[in-house]
Design a protein around this ligand. Structure first.
Ligand code: ATP
Length: 459
């Protein structure tokens, strides 16, 4: 398999307009990225496919869209106010800041499993045994580890005091837990019931980086699946299988995906099991998503802190209890990055090279490019082709340069089908459809074009 550097791939994505550096005309803002026209289309496609896979195809599941700003008591109940922090160290020589756990992971992974180290273990490795070096200047002199809080704070209303402090949510999941009873009541459901949510989350990461892999503002696609306690294993297995089939449906290559089961020492005290799906990025394995068996922990905490009854009444058994929860949690941006890295290729074609993104056609920004052979044909081509195309399809009309150049341009952004309208089309009412991956061309009637595309997309 060919390997490409991360820089080569990300440069391509920026040049093509998948992403732009955030606030670029003001010099940017610490690893923030804006999605450009192509990136935004991919993002919507991945969200749609997630909804199709996890909401439409699982009859127990519902989609909601809770607010980003929540009552601060939510974050006291979850433990985020007291515990959501990373171990921060500064290099005493060059003042660069690092996450101690990440430095140990990067430099000593053959010796330590960082997930099993306590804060004092890390302090010993860094400051007593001096086993890690500063990646910037090579010094081994670091400050003691300090806890760095990851939640962004802001103020609600006009007063900037502790009473008006609110947080930008660090995960979307809690908007689901606080609405458990609402969704149960208004959908008149019984267990099991899944509540799904796509939205922004914010974490003041110490070391954002690797492009959109780790940013301070990102999007999550999360499900809390509420079940009868005791059925945890069955549903955990169900979601493990389902999440794997989702990443396969999207088109990630099997050899670049792996499950990482958390070991006992790594699990939170309430969790029965947790598995991450990891992807082999050009910079190494990275977490795409996690599936956690969270038992009754979250609902119990919210019940205790809100003093509201969050139990479920089972009419058949005439019993009342808190449901257990399985949580599959995807990072949308990481998934998109994985799809783009996985599909990137540079191929020799005749005397030329082409950059091509072999994206799943349903993920690709545009399904179809319409290429009128001459400017004189543009109006006619648009009229004839757009009349038959399904209006939900994303398409682009490209009128500049030779057909060969236009094919290369579409290959580089992953457009799976190019439709050329030429002078013969006027009389024979046919177009030439060229396939991105095989580069084969077929001539088909314009009236059959839409069916051809639908069959191609949903084969
Ligand atoms: P990491 O160990 O990489 O910081 P995490 O285990 O803290 O991630 P979770 O809290 O489990 O992450 O969040 C669920 C998912 O949200 C992750 O699997 C990841 O895809 C995504 N995610 C978390 N933090 C970020 C971030 N800073 N930028 C982009 N995506 C993120």
């Amino acid at each position: 398999m060919k390997k490409f550097t991360f820089e080569e791939i990300t440069n391509h994505l920026i040049t093509q307009g998948f992403f732009y550096p955030g606030s670029e005309i003001y010099g940017g803002l610490a690893n923030s990225w804006d999605y450009g026209p192509l990136g935004s289309l991919i993002k919507n496609n991945v969200k749609d496919l997630w909804i199709e896979h996890f909401v439409r195809q699982i009859p127990y599941n519902y989609l909601i869209d809770p607010a980003i700003l929540m009552n601060p008591k939510v974050w006291e109940a979850t433990g985020h106010v007291s515990n959501f922090s990373d171990p921060l160290i500064d290099c005493k020589n060059c003042n660069s800041r690092f996450r101690a756990d990440k430095l140990i992971e990067d430099q000593l992974s053959d010796k330590y499993d960082v997930n099993k180290l306590s804060e004092s273990d890390m302090n010993k490795i860094v400051n007593v045994e001096k086993q890690v070096v500063c990646p910037k200047c090579g010094s081994r002199n670091f400050t003691e580890i300090r806890k760095f809080h990851l939640m962004f704070k802001t103020f609600l209303g006009v007063l900037e005091d502790s009473k008006s402090t609110v947080y930008l949510r660090p995960e979307t999941a809690q908007g689901i837990f606080v609405n458990f009873k609402n969704v149960l009541r208004t959908t008149r459901s019984k267990l099991p019931i899944g509540i799904c949510d796509i939205g922004k989350a914010f974490r003041n990461e110490i070391t954002p980086g690797n492009f959109i892999f780790r940013t301070r503002e990102f999007e999550q696609m999360e499900i809390e699946f509420f079940i009868e306690p005791g059925e945890d294993k069955k549903w955990f297995k169900f979601y493990k299988k389902n999440c794997k089939s989702f990443v396969e449906t999207l088109g990630l290559k099997d050899e670049n995906i792996r499950f990482r089961d958390h070991e006992k020492e790594e699990l939170a005290f309430y969790s029965l099991a947790t598995t991450d799906i990891e992807y082999l990025f050009p910079f190494g394995w990275g977490e795409l998503m996690g599936i956690a068996c969270r038992t009754t922990y979250d609902l119990q905490r919210h019940q205790d802190y809100s003093k509201q009854d969050l139990t479920y009444y089972n009419q058949e058994t005439n019993t009342r209890y808190l449901p257990s929860v399985i949580e599959p949690s995807f990072g949308l941006d990481r998934l998109i990055l994985a799809l783009l890295c996985d599909s990137y290729d540079v191929e020799d074609v005749k005397d030329d090279k082409r950059i091509v993104l072999h994206l799943n056609p349903r993920v690709a920004p545009y399904t179809v490019a319409i290429l009128p052979l001459s400017n004189k044909l543009t109006e006619q081509a648009n009229k004839k082709i757009l009349k038959v195309l399904d209006r939900r399809l994303n398409y682009i009309v490209d009128t500049t340069g030779s057909i060969g150049k236009r094919y290369r341009r579409q290959d580089a952004i992953g457009t799976p089908l190019c439709v050329t309208y030429d002078f013969d089309s006027v009389n024979d009412k046919c177009v030439t459809v060229r396939n991105r991956d095989t580069m084969e061309q077929v001539r088909i009637k314009i009236t059959k074009l839409n069916k051809y595309i639908q069959d191609f997309l949903f084969k």
